[in-house]
Write a protein that binds this ligand. Sequence first.
Ligand code: GTP
Length: 233
Amino acid sequence: MPDPGVLNLDRALQLLRQTGQELPQGLPGSGAWLQSLVDKLCDLSSRDALTGLANRRTFESALNREIDRVARSGEPALLLYLDIDHFKRVNDSHGHSCGDAVIKAVAQAIGESVRPMDLAARIGGEEFAIILPNCPPAFGQTVAERVRLRIESRAIDVGPSQRLGVTVSIGGAFAPQWVRSSASLWAERADLQLYRAKSEGRNRTCLEPTPVSLVSAEEKGLLFGSSPSGDIA
Ligand SMILES: Nc1nc2c(ncn2[C@@H]2O[C@H](COP(=O)(O)OP(=O)(O)OP(=O)(O)O)[C@@H](O)[C@H]2O)c(=O)[nH]1
């Protein structure tokens, strides 16, 4: 019978070890140590185990927060859905572990293509999503294409002397500004565009058409953090 007055943290610590996380520092059982343990468990439960990106649960709560924020602030926000093209062929021809290596490499390329304020998530087997707060409609296509091209140009190591290339299809939609909407409607609209990208031939970006406003060079610099050419450092 476990003693109700004593915390049994063996399973929590075992989970951290199994998943290669650092154990909490400091005096075991102290307030700071327990807080660190809780933080690490929260972090673990918010991430996808294979890629380290946000998982579906984290994505869904972030999407709900973002649509609420856009309705109140009127700031533009873009949702992108990405799906690896013909991924079944990768698994069928090279095996599941090679498929996993491809998923990891795509996740890494996505992580490298976005700003710290953006949220990149793995929401299904070979499906990813990115929430881009404060992304003006005039830049939507540029941002999405930057992600697509980074993935397309990557040679993925899948064995001692084997490299693979994959492409992704991307669909995107902006959240309606100043309007109460729902996360699921926003997601549906992005998904519809992903479907369009797949049906129009794959390895492309389709965004829902939105009125494009004029954007100054200064705003462009703020978004891309560097030159107006659109490259991110
Ligand atoms: N290796 C690996 N494969 C996965 C994982 N999750 C899902 N899959 C596989 O991903 C494949 C998805 O295939 P489909 O949905 O048919 O789509 P596709 O082949 O990518 O084709 P399109 O999306 O139409 O371009 C299936 O073969 C799944 O078994 C995973 O975590 N690891």
